[in-house]
Design a protein around this ligand. Structure first.
Ligand SMILES: Nc1ncnc2c1ncn2[C@@H]1O[C@H](COP(=O)(O)OP(=O)(O)OP(=O)(O)O)[C@@H](O)[C@H]1O
Ligand SMILES: [Mg+2]
Length: 365
């Protein structure tokens, strides 16, 4: 009944289904291609996930965990008065994906599954992911694929791109909370090998959102400094709701600026709406983003590879949609990176092209 690939990442989960008859496609959950990887424990013990969890978090943030994958080394999550095993929290997210897949398959379940994980995860963390897959009810073979290997396989399948044996691709994955960098080589047997990896746990889309929020505050806070402080540090449910709406609007404005040169942030009263340009956003975040691109240059140096000798640079992760990122890489490394149509789904798509073998991972065309 097909193969399901799930990239359960820190901020978002993306699933791609290959049913064997049509080209692999993203599985929409709640009408969207990405689902927040968030969980919320109701007092009945039921775990809500995704957007449902985020909505409930406004009422009781103590029962909410937005990033369960970040807690992979902890045995339990304390959610309100409950101790929820991390594997169970991840399983709840996977179960929600399986429910959406089942609808697409007319009640059936996928036969096998591919689950992706960071390249630096060892056997213990991988075992937690496998447990979560079983707890979620995945019955077929579960294959774990390192995220940059999946991204490299996706790159190799792009029209006009070639990753010949002996060649390497650099993967720049800029997501919600982190940047992950890897150099992945194709070997003679059709497998992939991670030659070098690096990352920054404190650079991602949320930092762009934060910088934009501070910038917006500078434009409007003088109108009513007390109300602005209440927005930043909410104490009541109503204030938390207003803060969440503002955060969502700021994030939406950031994402719009990847498509348009200008946009505006709709502000709650008494503040006036704020007009923003892409140039303003880029000036705000360029210094922070420089750290990531410099780390990429450093990683290539340690792998002993000049940018020009790579088969390419693959830009993946939702924040790689920021035009600034491709521009900075081109400028600093002298190579125009490959952008993806759906960069947040590149890892999930790529994992479908990789098959587990005793050693390494074989690319499948
Ligand atoms: N058009 C866009 N322009 C800029 N950023 C965008 C755009 N679309 C999505 N993003 C950002 O991408 C980020 C999410 O990326 P992704 O789904 O790849 O996260 P993730 O894989 O869970 O990452 P991480 O593990 O780092 O948390 C969010 O910060 C989101 O705002
Ligand atoms: Mg990711």
């Amino acid at each position: 009944m097909g193969v399901l690939s799930v990239d359960l990442d820190v901020s978002n989960t993306v699933a791609v289904l290959a049913d064997g008859t049509t080209p692999p496609r993203v599985v929409d959950v709640d009408g969207a291609a990405t689902m927040p990887s968030a969980v919320f424990a109701e007092d009945t013990g039921v775990l809500l996930v995704g957007r449902d969890a985020e909505r409930k978090a406004r009422l009781d943030p103590t029962r909410f965990e937005p990033n369960p994958k970040r807690r992979i080394d902890e045995p339990h999550l304390a959610l309100g008065d409950q101790a929820v095993p991390v594997s169970e929290a991840l399983a709840a997210v996977l179960r929600r994906v399986l429910a959406a897949v089942s609808r697409q398959l007319g009640g059936g379940q996928p036969g096998d599954a591919r689950l992706t994980h960071p390249a630096q995860w060892g056997p213990d963390r991988c075992a937690v992911l496998r447990t979560a897959a079983r707890q979620a009810g995945i019955v077929g073979t579960v294959t774990l694929v390192p995220e940059p290997v999946a991204a490299a396989a996706h790159f190799a399948a792009l029209p006009g791109r070639i990753l010949a044996p002996g060649q390497a691709v650099a993967v720049y994955d800029l997501g919600g909370g982190t940047v992950d960098i890897a150099v992945v080589a194709a070997d003679q047997g059709g497998g992939f090998r991670v030659l070098a990896k690096n990352g920054l746990a404190d650079l991602g889309g949320v930092d762009v959102d934060e910088a934009l929020l501070v910038h917006v505050g500078r434009q409007v806070s003088h109108t009513d400094p007390r109300r602005w402080q209440a927005l930043l540090r909410p104490t009541s449910t109503a204030e938390r709701r207003a803060r969440r709406m503002l955060q969502d609007d700021v994030k939406a404005a950031k994402e719009a600026l990847s498509r348009h040169q200008r946009t505006q942030v709709l502000m709650p009263e008494p503040f006036a709406d704020v007009h923003l340009t892409r140039a303003e956003l880029e000036a705000l975040v360029r210094p922070a983003m420089l750290r990531g691109v410099e780390l990429m240059a450093h990683t290539l140096r340690t792998a002993g590879l000049a940018p020009q000798h790579l088969a390419g640079i693959a830009l993946v992760g939702g924040s790689s949609r920021l035009p600034l990122i491709g521009g900075m890489i081109t400028q600093m490394l002298g190579v125009v990176p490959a952008s993806m149509d759906q960069p947040e789904a590149a890892v999930a798509f790529g994992a479908l092209r990789v098959s587990d073998r005793r050693r390494g991972f074989a690319a499948r065309r």
